[in-house]
Write a protein that binds this ligand. Structure first.
Ligand code: URA
Length: 214
């Protein structure tokens, strides 16, 4: 499975590199399709590549990325254990906001990546990825509140750059990140129930169950 997913993600990355569906490729140095574990349980979705990401072709490798690494470390994760992507995969010039037509042009790539990885949890970083799952919501009121839908928990967080700019947000940001393991556990529980697996399997120390006489 790992190989199949890795191959599928590589094929998507190759198509991103050749993509001319919007203007962003014209001034970008490298495509930044996304990176991480093809079997990741968690996918983080940011906004778009910045300068360092554009130079290296990798997501979140600048200051925001260092803070994201710190946040992952709070819950015992490394970036190699998750998958990190963006809503647009070429750098918007001068780090301007991605425009709606650029987001729309890039959307099929992100959708395909998510379909391949089939994560338990999709963590949105900032307002552009949040808008995919929580249209019209305000990040200040919904950050840190998961929505369980289908097989996935959608979890909106502040963008790491916002927390770097405004240190008062870091307490919330770090609290929100610290809640990720319990949200993952809840998705696993919900998936087990949906698959017909009993919620709490009997423990070996439990007294033997009485056999029914009928
Ligand atoms: N900010 C983003 O949203 N994505 C990156 O990859 C880097 C910074």
């Amino acid at each position: 499975m790992q190989q199949d997913r890795a191959t599928a993600l590589k094929t998507i990355a190759d198509r991103v590199a050749a993509c001319r569906a919007c203007r962003l490729y014209e001034r970008a140095r490298n495509p930044v399709p996304g990176a991480g574990d093809p079997d990741a349980e968690i996918v983080f979705i940011g906004e778009g590549p910045g300068e360092q990401e554009d130079i290296q072709g990798l997501p979140f490798v600048g200051r925001s990325g260092q803070y994201l690494d710190y946040l992952l470390n709070l819950i015992g994760l490394k970036r190699s254990q998750v998958f990190i992507a963006n809503v647009v995969k070429h750098r918007p010039p001068n780090n301007r906001d991605p425009q709606p037509d650029e987001i729309a042009a890039c959307e099929p790539f992100l959708n395909e990546q998510l379909a391949v990885i089939d994560p338990l949890m999709i963590v949105t970083l900032g307002r552009f990825s949040m808008a995919r799952y929580f249209p019209n919501a305000k990040i200040s009121s919904i950050h840190g509140k998961p929505r369980y839908e289908g097989r996935v928990a959608y979890y909106p967080l502040f963008h790491p750059a916002a927390a770097l700019r405004n240190p008062a947000l870091r307490y919330d940001m770090e609290d929100d990140v610290n809640r990720i393991p319990s949200i993952l556990a809840e998705v696993r529980r919900l998936r087990s129930i949906a698959a017909g697996i009993p919620d709490a399997p009997p423990h070996e120390d439990d007294p033997p169950r009485q056999l029914s006489l009928f």
